[in-house]
Design a protein around this ligand. Structure first.
Ligand code: CP3
Length: 362
């Protein structure tokens, strides 16, 4: 087993005694590029609107309220993982929760997605961003982590997560979803010093937040740099890579870090330089080619979520193609190339999990 060290920021994993059930789980083995009995699978957005029980819950409670209710958030985390028979659970929360303690007013409106009422539009605002004290400001997330860890089967890993500094900055600056990221890019290019200050502040916040999730019971963490694919390689290298490198270096060794973004085909080599254990591949790249380009790390991915709308024969063929590209090498975690789409049928997700397990059994 890899040594579990204390990180510079002081996080101490809970599960540091011997080769535990968790360490022997297919998901943890694959993250560490060790042999597995079958290819582990979990799905981004495995808990969400495509599930009738989730929609039912959401009729009674708003999305933010749900995230802030550890008992219910724990229930959503655990029930989704158990219902699907996946090899890891992912914390039920959102990458944007951290914006509130930073000083932003966040709302999720029906149909519109996230909206920030007071976006960051001036250089001066950067120095007024609050320091986030994760233990108090995001205590409800940490409570969900603790409760989910206790409620999950002993051998089922819990994945914590955060947005990456760039993707969080894009929401702060744009004020919500964006197509062209014009304000974010203008800020980056015109105000490089303020951009650096913003990214340093966000990197510290993200590092502390992930360390806190690990200390409270997460076995692995995923960093979502969902929208970083809008940048060119040169801009990624200048404006993002140093910060991602610092975030990952600040996390405890031995706790796998998954680094994921969408539309990142031209950035994979650079993203891999940030130093994660696992690179998430989206569906715009072939798995074998993506793996070659990220080098000696584990990979996660990369079925197009739209293929969950095809019949079982087509779905099986596509799964087989991805497994063939992985060639049974150590270090493949099956996932979608982006999250489960809201109108997906639960049955086809169940079929996906079953087919991946069956076809990959060694
Ligand atoms: O099951 C899981 O994956 C765990 C929970 C999770 C959510 N969001 C719950 C959620 C995770 C890991 C996220 C990450 C997230 N949130 C990302 C990165 C992943 C990605 O898609 O690239 C981003 C960009 C967000 C921001 C966000 N949250 C948006 C843009 C939206 C609205 C649009 C949408 O897809 O629904 C959300 C809302 C959200 N986050 C929902 C859920 C289940 C739907 C809320 C609802 O209506 O119930």
């Amino acid at each position: 087993m890899m040594a579990l060290e204390t990180s510079p920021s002081g996080a101490q994993p809970l599960h540091d005694k011997g080769l535990s059930l968790l360490d022997r789980s297919p998901f943890m083995l694959a993250c560490r590029r060790l042999p597995v009995p079958y290819t582990p699978i979990w799905l981004m957005r495995q808990a969400g609107r495509y599930m009738p029980e989730y929609r039912e819950l959401r009729e009674k409670i708003g999305f933010l309220e749900l995230c802030k209710n550890p008992e219910l958030a724990c229930q959503v985390t655990v029930s989704a993982a158990e219902r699907l028979g996946v090899d890891a659970a992912i914390l039920f929360a959102d990458i944007l929760l951290v914006l509130e303690p930073l000083g932003f007013e966040l709302a999720f409106s029906r149909g519109e997605g996230p909206v920030i009422a007071n976006p960051l539009r001036t250089v001066d605002r950067v120095s007024t961003l609050r320091h986030v004290d994760c233990g108090t400001d995001l205590g409800y997330v940490l409570q969900t982590v603790r409760m989910a860890r206790m409620a999950l089967p002993a051998g089922l890993p819990l994945i914590g997560f955060s947005g990456a500094p760039f993707t969080l900055a894009s929401y702060m600056i744009e004020g919500g979803a964006s197509r062209h990221f014009t304000r974010t890019k203008a800020f980056m290019l015109q105000e490089p010093e303020a951009w650096d200050g913003l990214m340093v502040h966000l990197s510290k916040t993200v590092t502390e937040y992930l360390c806190a999730q690990i200390t409270n019971g997460a076995q692995a963490v995923q960093i979502f740099d969902s929208w970083v694919g809008c940048l060119s390689p040169g801009d990624y290298r200048t404006f993002v890579l140093p910060h991602m490198t610092r975030v990952i270096a600040g996390l405890p060794r031995g706790v796998p870090v998954i680094h994921f973004g969408v539309g990142t085909a031209s950035l994979l080599e650079l993203m891999a330089q940030a130093g994660s254990d696992v690179m998430g591949l989206d569906f715009h790249v072939e798995l074998d080619e993506g793996w070659r380009r990220v080098g000696d790390v584990a990979v996660q991915g990369n079925l197009d979520p739209a293929f969950l709308f095809t019949d079982r024969r087509s779905l099986t063929a596509r799964i087989k193609r991805i497994l063939d590209q992985a060639e049974g090498r150590v270090g493949h975690i099956f996932n979608l190339g982006h999250g489960v789409l809201p109108t997906t049928s639960v049955d086809s997700v169940l079929a996906l999990v079953e087919i991946v397990h069956d076809l990959s059994r060694r």
